[in-house]
Design a protein around this ligand. Structure first.
Ligand SMILES: C[S@@+](CC[C@H](N)C(=O)[O-])C[C@H]1O[C@@H](n2cnc3c(N)ncnc32)[C@H](O)[C@@H]1O
Length: 98
């Protein structure tokens, strides 16, 4: 992953892009400070940008990320977490119970 650096978003003064690890990005943030979080984490289905891991480890990683999202989320904020199902050897496991 690229080194952390803020990229100015040309059309919006208050927006930046941070090409860094999501937890590294969120950890310094103040609790309850984010009004909207939209995340599309790796699907863990063997896409070119991801390392496929066992379901238990994937759920552990995503639980850590979601917990940090919840910490920084404003009490009246919204969190959109978009993933698919876990598919292994033809068996489909919905990720909803996470
Ligand atoms: C499912 S894709 C997102 C696709 C994106 N929503 C789109 O429409 O193009 C998951 C993305 O998460 C990125 N990613 C993987 N691990 C990450 C991490 N620890 N922190 C931040 N991004 C990560 C991957 O590089 C990949 O681009």
């Amino acid at each position: 992953m690229a080194a952390a650096r803020a990229l100015p978003w040309p059309d919006f003064e208050d927006a930046t892009l941070e090409p860094t690890d999501n937890l590294t990005f969120m950890r310094p943030m103040k609790s309850g400070s984010m009004k909207l979080i939209v995340t599309s984490p790796p699907y863990n289905i063997g896409k070119s940008y991801e390392q496929r891991t066992p379901l238990k480890e994937y759920v552990r990683q995503q639980t850590e990320v979601i917990s940090e999202c919840v910490r920084v989320l404003h009490p009246r904020g919204s969190l959109c977490w978009q993933v698919g199902n876990h598919v292994d050897n033809g068996e489909i496991t919905p990720l909803v119970p996470i």
